[in-house]
Design a protein around this ligand. Sequence first.
Ligand code: G3D
Ligand code: MG
Length: 222
Amino acid sequence: MSTRATSAGQKPPLYKIVMLGDSGVGKTSLVARLTNPDRPMNHDISATMGIEFDTQMLDTEHGKVKAQIWDTAGQERFARVLLPTYFRKAKGVILVYDITNAKSFESLRERWMTQLNDHASSDDLAKLLVGNKNDLEASREVSKEKAEQFCAEYGMEMLETSAKSGENVLKAFEKLIGIVHNKALEASSRSKGGIRNMNGANDGFKIDGAENKSADANICGC
Ligand code: G3D
Ligand code: MG
């Protein structure tokens, strides 16, 4: 494995990625499973208002990187107000639906892709489709073929996950962050500027040691 991203004692690059999808599809559970793999699922987290983020070190083929993962803390209904802050400087997005809920899949096209295109500079934003709750196969409403068609249409890859069993959860985040990191390395070698300036997610927003903090203050200025 190459270590060029983290050699010479450099800090690993930090990338902001955002979770998107209807309420109840399992976004918070996926982040919790990634950051606290041994903790059983529980949902006192979503009592918080606004936006939350968590950070996690992840492996890529070009070394370790840090993901700053943003999640709407139960505020999907008011997401319109939050979206500009939510998407600011994001480098990747995980679009989540629930394989047992056809409506949550339709929402991706009808709502989330539109909002993504309105608020994010889509060109350099890496996307991954995630069909969550695949432990509930007997209740499946969205076929894998349908999801693959969506991916072909929008040019992204997909994985089915279970935040409950943990299946493919780490793989999903590593897949997305790998795409993000490759894009950044390509861009930096094109500009010959090195990787010094790849920590853009952090501008004006201190995150070192700020695990799982609410970002409310950043939104309302209070
Ligand atoms: P959200 O953040 O997208 O709104 P949550 O979704 O993470 O809050 O999850 C919503 C509900 O789905 C929770 O149930 C959670 O336990 C459940 N859930 C999340 N992921 C999975 C999964 O992979 N499999 C199964 N079986 N359930 C999952 P409650 O009952 O707490 O509302
Ligand atoms: Mg949530």
